[in-house]
Design a binder for this molecule. Sequence first.
Ligand code: PMP
Length: 363
Amino acid sequence: MTLRARKTVEGLKEYHPPLGGRDGLRLDFNENVGGCSPRVLAKLRAISSETLNKYPEREPGERAMADYLGIKPAQTLLTNGVDEAIHLLAETYLEADDEALIAVPTFSMYEIYALATQARVLTVQAGEDFKFPTEALLKAIAKKTKLICIANPNNPTGAAVPRAEIATILKAAPNAAVLIDEAYFDFYGQTMFDALGKFNNLFVARTFSKAFGLAGFRMGVVAGSEAQMKLVRRVSSPYNVNGVALECLPEALADREFVASYVEQVKRGRAKLEAFYRERDVRYWPSDANFVLAYFGEFRVAFVQEMRKRGILVRDRNSDPGCAGCVRITLGTDEQTERLLKTLPEALAAIGFQTQRSAESKR
Ligand code: PMP
């Protein structure tokens, strides 16, 4: 006899982000590649042993976060990145045989955490323009739908969902927890936090891994109605967020200039990269996030390799549903964008790139 995991776990596909060998300019993971606030670094250097030897206290951090978001602490749960927030919602709301609903392509952890509960995952495919398929999603909502996850803006497409459409979904699925994952909020600017009081089934999440430059801290937040958050808290570890990150959180929240300056640079870079794609007749999808998805067709593998040779990592998204031939590039500081825009033409020339528009229309 050997030890067997649950059948559901044995059947789960592995999430394979490259976890090592990421030397170079990392434009592959949508992180803040410019660093983090110097105020956070200063705080970090002043951490005493007490922060490490005592169990972390989440509540002061939740008060600071609630204040920042303009909501109540009782609506606010700090999490070990948004990844954990997704996990907790799946654990709280999905029974075996319930359904989780997602529009693809999207962030893969929604599917993984939902499947791990033994729920079924229903996917609705976005069209070639990657606009959020609201109509199709509405049609797919059923009695068994207990969780709907929407990244807004979406990863890897950069597409945003208008607020009115989110409200329609919330009303159409009163028995489902609807997560609006605002991981890329800072590069977009529209939020659903102000609607939390209106919808009992709405959850909104944010991360500190992107604009704030704190992916290594593993800090996220999820908020919902007070009554629902009481239930979500039950499945969370009381010490899910580490003490060092908690101690630095107020500094991260206070340094608005750092985030504003970084977001400005990313937006400038995004406009420049999109302009470059237009000039070179590369098909791309206009983005509201800190990355742009583009179609390189048969040149995709060579392009990614050629960029890596030149010290820039970009992300092959070929295996995402509907993304065959696509590559996603994250934007960073002005300096990094300059380097990117200098390298791109060199890499394209080295692989003899020709526009893939005709190939794309045959897809
Ligand atoms: N949500 C989305 C839409 C993402 O793209 C990512 C990171 N790739 C995450 C959540 C994960 O965020 P965190 O680092 O806070 O777990």
